[in-house]
Write a protein that binds this ligand. Sequence first.
Ligand code: CTP
Ligand SMILES: C[C@](O)(CO)[C@H](O)COP(=O)(O)O
Length: 231
Amino acid sequence: MMKKDKCVAIVLAGGKGRRMESDIPKQYLELNGKPIIYYSINQFQNSDIIDEIVLVTGKDEIQFCKDRIVDRYSFQKVKHIIEGGKERYHSVYNALQCINECDFVFIHDGARPFINLELINDLYKNVKEYQACVVGVQTKDTIKLADSDGFIAETPDRSKVWNIQTPQVFRWGIVKSAYDMLMKTDCCMVTDDAMVIEKMLKYKVKLVQGSYENIKVTTPSDLVIARAFLT
Ligand SMILES: Nc1ccn([C@@H]2O[C@H](COP(=O)(O)OP(=O)(O)OP(=O)(O)O)[C@@H](O)[C@H]2O)c(=O)n1
Ligand SMILES: C[C@](O)(CO)[C@H](O)COP(=O)(O)O
């Protein structure tokens, strides 16, 4: 694939992993002898699309990431290892501050180990065309919207309902200005990057078909599933 653009990947590992209830943050738990975070950094390191990686982690884990992940596995594209913030969107904002300027930013949960080079290529093609895109899969369940009393209020057409994953990929100017605007508002109900673009800029974000295996390791049962995918 022809590539002249500069692409930076932000890999998020600044969360505490409370729902995993483990002693160490879930992104450092091991799958087949390697930390969960290793798998996605490795895909970005091996991708011809990605030029640089910013790794975001907890203050107390910066040295561990440098020694036990970046140096140990020779992840030369990791140019910054920085401290995250209170919420996911604070961590993304911190990462955006250390990117000088580039063409496209790939934002990825370090707790999603099963991305691959094909998906990164696909997202790159889409972001060049649409400027903003996120990966997801169509829901396999029937979805109900609830009212405040716990009764069904609505059943949306499930062909229009997607489960959203990461990477979420944006042209630099779009993601930078949307996050700058977000930090100047009181808005805090933000659970993914597309929401920031939708809310702040009213920009249309393209959905890109992903894989049902691109799970986020969130609870102990996800760890069992992730280990099964690797056998
Ligand atoms: N302040 C935060 C919160 C989350 N994340 C990262 O964002 C991704 C998605 O978040 P989630 O799965 O919710 O992780 P945690 O916040 O760690 O989990 P929990 O809500 O169970 O504590 C993870 O890779 C996580 O490390 C981050 O970088 N900074
Ligand atoms: C960004 C994300 O992975 C898309 O599904 C997700 O929203 C992260 O959210 P969480 O609430 O922190 O699990």
